[in-house]
Write a protein that binds this ligand. Structure first.
Ligand SMILES: Nc1ncnc2c1ncn2[C@@H]1O[C@H](COP(=O)(O)OP(=O)(O)OP(=O)(O)O)[C@@H](O)[C@H]1O
Ligand SMILES: [Mg+2]
Length: 178
């Protein structure tokens, strides 16, 4: 059995960073020219810690643009697609919409969600504050790929109010089709 210190590091190369994966940690090191993206990812990961859908944030090394977070293990969203994963993703999107954080690219959850015991969102460096974010509506556009159509009226009602009531209607509509 190799000792933990001898374990090989896995490496994932993104456009903005290199992510080093150990047994416990994911260490995301941003390239020098992406300091702004690094700061945004730190900001949104920090703000979203109280909720269920982010990796735990352990440490931020500002000098070296490194974020040390929980290493997640799981499947991609498309592979793990189920009633549970869709429901939890809708709930996470509603939380972000309610507090005014737009993650962006929720119409491509495959690159941004890791599914294990729950759904976990990664990669917040393109996030922004917005009065009426589109996380949930973008995710609903992705759901069309699976023949789930929420309907324009419900989407518009949700978009104009971002209320629990309009969210529940969408949730119900989606779940009855799954
Ligand atoms: N906390 C984590 N646990 C496990 N794997 C992770 C974690 N964070 C990132 N990864 C892995 O590293 C990859 C790259 O991460 P991420 O998308 O955050 O980097 P990026 O540089 O922002 O990429 P891009 O420029 O394409 O947006 C992910 O697709 C995932 O496989
Ligand atoms: Mg990214």
């Amino acid at each position: 059995m190799p000792r933990e210190s001898e374990e090989s590091l896995e490496l994932q190369k993104g456009k903005h960073s290199v992510v080093y994966l150990t047994k416990k940690y994911a260490i995301k090191q941003f390239h020098e020219q992406f300091l702004y993206n690094f700061l945004k990812e730190v900001k949104f990961l920090t703000l979203l810690q109280p909720f269920f859908f982010t990796p735990k944030l352990y440490f931020v090394d500002f000098e070296n643009r490194k974020i040390i977070m929980e290493r997640l293990r799981g499947r991609k969203f498309d592979e793990a697609f189920s009633k549970f994963t869709v429901k939890r993703t809708l709930e996470a999107c509603f939380i972000m919409d309610s507090i005014g954080i737009e993650k962006r690219e929720m119409n491509h959850p495959d690159k941004h969600i890791i599914v294990s015991d729950d759904v976990y969102f990664i990669d917040f460096e393109r996030g922004r504050f917005k009065e009426k974010p589109s996380n949930l509506t973008q995710f609903c556009i992705y759901l069309r790929k699976f023949g789930i159509e929420v309907g324009r009226e419900l989407m518009q009602e949700y978009k104009s109010s971002i209320s629990r009531e309009s969210f529940e209607k969408i949730l119900e509509r989606v779940l009855e089709k799954l």
